[in-house]
Design a protein around this ligand. Structure first.
Ligand code: FAD
Ligand code: NAI
Length: 465
């Protein structure tokens, strides 16, 4: 065999699996069809979206908040081309970093489309049409996902766009219509709303970011409205039509009342779907379940030497979930006994304020019939939040009614994305709300809201409200 392990796809699942395999002494190959490594996350996902979120946030702060801080700025305006160029540079630094890591770890990188010839042979079709075959003991499929189109309005990539095009626009939209009020819709909707676009979100369900605890979506809706976004919940989109530079979206609410919106761009962000095109899975007899590659609890497919990880299998489509799975498979192959606690994979939405969550939602606890108690603490009662003028948001702790064990941590507020790690740590060590409530938290910090919410959950005795 040429390799011990061959990984197809260089996103956060694939490249992390490659590094861990190399660390464990496997001769490792990584196949990527694009010229740059890093997959969706580094090229068209996590990293560029956060770069645009950060830039637009600086602008919004300068425009909305600097004056109150006693800072006067004149002639403030956006240089959109420079903003997009900075984003491209951030992406380049990150993808180059992965190429460096592959070299450092002696992982052989092959550029081209990887497809199965048989369970131990992979064909690589390069961009220039040349082909080569490599043989391998094990394969890890990490081919990720792609945006889901509306069935009746495919992406034209000019006016009906996915996140990929939304991160590459040449102009700031006048009116961006966003279909789907989930993570991408709210993150990229925020970017353009801050930059001056009118943003209208049309969401099918009755809450924004509906997979998260309901309280978070309601709070996010208040913030989004304050920013000037129009939000239509419970609306089913019925058509999307493009005429020249104008997009017309029609939708109806549950009573059948019609809505018509006209904009210059329509971002369709209704979820992503697993990507398996070109893999020639039929050569090895791997079937799909609702588009995803079925795996067992060890992330092994129906073929004994082929594993799959990340967006292409079940579970949340998140970079850090894919990374954990990459490490998991590498360590399994080395005979170790790794473990992933899927309940404790945090979810974050990088709006401002940020939204972050780990563990069970209140809706899940209600449905399971588990007795629980709730503790909440609002950001507006925090000295730190008043100092920074970030008073929107709250922390909500869910704890077992009898044992006090923390079952869920849900935050919307400044720096929630970083704070949620404390929730993961507490839950990983199966802390009670009282454990956290009795730990010293530095003052003044946003984390004091977590301590106070734990005090509220454990004994209904927060100090500062
Ligand atoms: P991917 O990153 O999709 O990588 C798969 C790779 O496989 C691609 O490079 C693809 O070209 C390659 N490939 C596919 N087929 C073949 C083949 N046959 N041969 C060779 N190569 C192939 N997640 C977060 O956790 N945090 C965030 O902030 C976040 N922000 C996001 C923002 C946006 C706009 C988007 C779209 C996604 C975001 N995500 C975020 C999700 C995150 O990007 C994905 O969960 C993550 O990239 C999945 O990693 P993966 O390794 O499974 O697949
Ligand atoms: P999503 O699943 O987060 O949200 C899709 C939304 O569209 C849902 O609210 C859903 O109810 C709604 N919807 C579905 N069909 C609809 C229709 N026909 N009309 C109107 N609304 C409809 O998916 P999204 O935002 O596209 O993102 C895809 C995935 O990418 C996410 O699930 C997430 O895993 C990942 N991602 C993660 C980020 C992060 O971690 N910060 C950022 C961006 C993406």
């Amino acid at each position: 065999m040429d390799y011990n392990v061959t990984i197809i796809g260089s996103g956060p699942g694939g490249y992390v699996a490659a590094i861990r395999c190399a660390q464990l002494g496997f001769k490792t190959a990584l196949i990527e069809k694009y010229d740059t490594l890093g997959g969706t996350c580094l090229n068209v996902g996590c990293i560029p979206s956060k770069a645009m979120l950060d830039s637009s946030e600086h602008f919004a702060n300068a425009k909305e908040n600097f004056k109150a801080h006693g800072i006067n700025v004149q002639g403030l305006k956006v240089d959109f081309a420079a903003m997009v160029a900075r984003k491209a540079d951030v992406v380049k630094q990150n993808v180059d970093g992965i190429a460096f890591l592959m070299k450092k770890n002696k992982v052989d990188v092959h550029h081209g489309i990887g497809s199965f010839v048989d369970k131990n042979t992979i064909k690589i079709l390069a961009k220039d049409g040349s082909e080569k075959k490599i043989t391998t003991e094990y394969v890890i499929i990490a081919t990720g996902s792609k945006p889901t189109p509306l069935p009746f309005a495919p992406f034209d990539k000019k006016r009906i766009i996915s996140s990929t095009e939304a991160l590459e626009l040449k102009e700031i939209p006048k009116h961006l219509i966003v279909i789907g009020g989930g993570v991408i819709g709210m993150e990229l909707g925020s970017v353009y709303s801050r930059l001056g676009s009118k943003v209208t979100v049309v969401e099918f369900l009755d809450n924004l970011i509906p997979t998260m605890d309901g309280t978070l979506g309601k709070e996010l809706q208040k913030v989004a409205k304050k920013m000037g976004m129009d939000i239509y919940l419970g609306h089913k989109v019925t058509s999307v039509n493009v005429k020249g530079k104008e997009v017309t979206v029609t939708a109806e609410d549950k009573q059948g009342k019609a809505l018509e919106l006209k904009g210059d761009y329509c971002l369709v962000s209704i979820g992503r779907q697993p990507y398996t095109e070109g893999l020639n899975l039929s050569a090895v007899g791997i079937g799909l379940d609702k588009g995803r590659i079925p795996v067992d609890e060890h992330l092994r497919t129906s073929v004994d030497n082929i594993y799959a990880i990340g967006d292409v299998i079940r579970g949340p489509m998140l970079a850090h979930k894919a990374e954990e799975e990459g490490v998991f498979v590498a360590e399994r192959l080395a005979g170790q006994k790794p473990h992933i606690n899927y309940l404790l994979i945090p979810g974050v939405v990088y709006t401002w304020p940020e939204v972050a969550s780990v563990g069970y939602t209140e809706e899940q606890l209600k449905e399971s019939g588990r007795a629980y108690k709730t503790g909440k603490f609002p950001y507006k009662a925090l000295g730190r939040a008043r100092a920074s003028m970030d008073t929107d948001g709250l922390v909500k702790i869910l704890a077992d009614k009898n044992t006090d064990e923390i079952l869920g941590v849900h935050i919307i507020g400044a720096r929630a994305a970083d704070m949620i790690a404390a929730g993961v740590t507490a839950m990983e060590f199966r802390a009670a709300a009282e454990d956290v409530a009795r730990m010293s938290h530095a003052h003044p910090t946003y984390m004091e809201a977590v301590k106070e919410a734990c005090l509220a959950a454990t004994a209904n005795r927060p100090i500062h409200i």
